[in-house]
Write a protein that binds this ligand. Sequence first.
Ligand code: SF4
Ligand code: SF4
Length: 287
Amino acid sequence: MKQITILSGKGGTGKTSITAALASLAKSVVFCDNDVDAADLHLLLHPKIEEKHTFKGAWVASIDPEKCTNCGICSENCRFDAIHFIDEQYAINAFQCEGCRLCERVCPVGAIQSEQSIKNHWFVSSTRFGKLVHAHMTPGEENSGKLVSVVRNKANSIANVEHSDYVINDGPPGIGCTVISSITGTDHVLMVIEPSLSGLHDAKRVIELVKSFNVDLSAIINKFDLNLELSQKIEDYLKEEKIPLLSKLPFNKKMVESMINGKTIVEYAPNSSISKEIKMVWEQLKR
Ligand code: SF4
Ligand code: SF4
């Protein structure tokens, strides 16, 4: 079983529509939406949820005002400046608390307790193309990198049980801990780059990161004809970095229409030039 992770650096490059199009082509595959903060692969794959699990997130501390003697020791020791004296009472700002639980240990009267958030969930679903493992994080919640590891582990174990040939991960944007979790242990990263300054800048940062993990890379320039000059710059950069360019996909209105209709481009317009190009990408990826 091989794991392929699709990344872009920035959002809005068309990465998820390309991942969904590859989903239409891949046989014997498990899909995994690694963008746990803003999952959207389900919008095209229309999953039927079969399993729902709670993900225990970060610890958050709180003070029991009945027990607190206002000594201030916890506030002095909190390295994240999360404990404040407001209205003559010490209180913890949940958004600043990093869940290290030190305050719990230093409080002389045991007035502080921590609880793990249970507002986040992950799911195993069936789709018309195969199993999908995905998640939903509540805004402001922590530990998204850990949640990516959880969904990836589950996708891999399903693929092992079902003897699937591939796990395809739809990666998150940026270069944060969710992206690091998406790259770890994958066999190949496909970059989807759009011809814009931010597209190139963000893709470069992800490529540096992927290279530091020694993971095999290839790339697609999506909507290349929207800025030919920048597309050429991206092509030159990929050449310099010795990253194979699998395709330059043109902007195609059918891609937008397919999304409006909740289908992948390969389902919506199987004989279109863009579908044929994506089929070639999949063949190259398999090789
Ligand atoms: S758990 Fe850590 S970060 Fe949160 S309030 Fe206590 S000491 Fe500060
Ligand atoms: S250390 Fe305990 S008693 Fe002292 S201010 Fe903090 S919560 Fe209150």
